[in-house]
Ligand binder design. Structure first.
Ligand code: SAJ
Length: 412
């Protein structure tokens, strides 16, 4: 089988790697000339375990080539970004539409086209299908179209691409069948055949489920600060119940999935999607909550911010709530930022960040912050106070004052 994959990012490239490892011929298409040149030399541009060796081998064995333009193939897979439109929170399909149009000259009867990008419910039927119909194809008869969302966690992509169950949402049952033959090349999880709109909404709801649950945890943290209860103890105790799984409160929700996908549902049914929107608002309010308590801890001075990635142990800072917090505090405080996972000439070492600081503000759960050299911190800081918004620091020497979501009520 020959597969042409449009978009060689965090999903497209690992997917290409797995097809080629299973002896499929793969063309990886990207608009970035430098990325294409490097990929053809076997040099990859994403930080993800396992991919580099597979691509190097596939390039040597001529099973993988990167290209600026699509080529004829049996299956086409679209893995391009879908941001949201700021004005109305709807799904911005422009990259998906351009990708679909780009493959039309290379399509032949009997081909399968799969959109993996996360898209709003009804996008396949209402927007994507007409693109191919207008080009003269009859979907389900001479071209097979499906939406098969990816559902992998960065850092574990190869493992999850192979083993996770997969939603296969065909425009017709024949389309689902053809798309499942494509994934059957390397997926070992269950292939669940359904309609495109069900696949679209399932994917959006997976991330919405998580966003809503995080909002509940964040609301609990606020309630506890107000009424004087230890939120972290409540979560620990409640989660001993076999059917309860309270999530963790934090400084807000970042990343390109949870902070975006719920809006795709909201935009489709704004009058009805009340919990979904309120959860987004609650999570978006967390930077203000953090700033409010920083101001209660110290009214002026220097803050050492530890961690700006949206997620621990990654260098990914897309949609990170840390930047909003820093922007809101920077007019009143001197701020030094330390993040061992992000290269930025403005960021400083832990030593420099904590030097003469009045407060350490932990905004990300990198492993490096879980066990710090408290002697260095005590000696370095002007006032040894830590506010840990990710609840990762368990114990500190008595000379250091630690605030987290367990004891913020002490400040009221
Ligand atoms: N967060 C909390 N409290 C928690 C859990 C997370 O505040 O209890 C925050 C994190 O700090 C982070 C944000 O939420 O800022 C998102 O992190 P995440 O690890 O929950 O999610 P993502 O965006 O890295 O990956 C998600 C995953 N979806 C689900 O777990 C349902 C992943 O499987 C998807 O493939 C990915 O979105 C995607 O591409 O859609």
């Amino acid at each position: 089988m020959k597969v042409c994959i449009i978009g060689q990012g965090y999903i497209g490239l690992p997917t290409a790697a797995l097809f080629s490892r299973n002896n499929c011929e793969v063309v990886g298409v990207d608009i970035n000339e430098k990325i294409v040149d490097n990929l053809n030399k076997g040099i990859i541009h994403i930080e993800e375990p396992g991919i580099s060796d597979i691509i190097k081998n596939a390039v040597e064995n001529k099973l993988y080539t990167a290209s600026l333009t699509p080529q004829k193939a049996d299956a086409f897979i679209i893995t391009v970004p879908t941001p949201y439109v700021v004005e109305n929170y709807s799904c911005d399909l422009s990259y998906v539409i351009t990708a679909c149009e780009s493959i039309i000259p290379f399509l032949e009867k009997g081909n399968t086209v799969i959109v993996e990008s996360t898209i709003a419910p009804m996008s396949t039927d209402e927007v994507i299908k007409p693109i191919f119909e207008n080009a003269g194809f009859t979907i389900g008869e001479d071209l097979y179209l499906a939406h098969c969302p990816e559902r992998v966690l960065p850092g574990r992509i190869i493992e999850e691409l192979i083993h996770n169950d997969r939603i296969i949402g065909g425009v017709t049952p024949e389309c689902s069948k053809k798309a499942s033959e494509v994934y059957g090349q390397f997926v070992e999880g269950e292939l669940m055949l359904t309609e495109a709109k069900t696949a679209e909404l399932s994917k959006c709801m997976e991330n919405t489920f998580r966003d809503v649950n995080i909002a509940l945890a964040n609301e609990l943290a606020k309630i506890c600060a107000e009424i004087g209860v230890n939120a972290l103890d409540v979560i620990e105790m409640a989660n001993k119940h076999p059917r309860v799984n309270l999530h963790s409160p934090g400084p807000g929700v970042g990343g390109h999935c949870l902070a975006i996908d719920p809006y795709f549902i909201y935009a489709k049914a704004p009058q009805t999607a009340k919990i979904i929107k309120l959860s987004r608002d609650t999570n978006n309010s967390m930077p203000d909550f953090v700033c409010e308590y920083v101001r209660k801890i110290i009214s002026k001075g220097k803050i050492a911010v530890l961690g700006v990635s949206y997620k621990g142990n990654t260098g990914d800072d897309r949609e990170s709530p840390a930047y909003e917090i820093i922007a809101k505090l920077s007019s009143d405080y001197e701020i030094d930022i330390h993040d061992p996972h992000i290269e930025n000439p403005d960021f400083v070492s832990l030593d420099e960040a904590t030097k003469d600081a009045d407060l350490i503000l932990v905004l990300c759960d990198h492993n490096e912050f879980k066990s710090m050299d408290y002697n260095l911190i005590k000696e370095n800081m002007k006032n040894p106070i830590i506010f840990d918004t990710k609840n990762i620091i368990k114990e500190v020497p008595s000379e250091i004052k630690l605030y987290n979501y367990g004891n913020l009520y002490e400040l009221n």
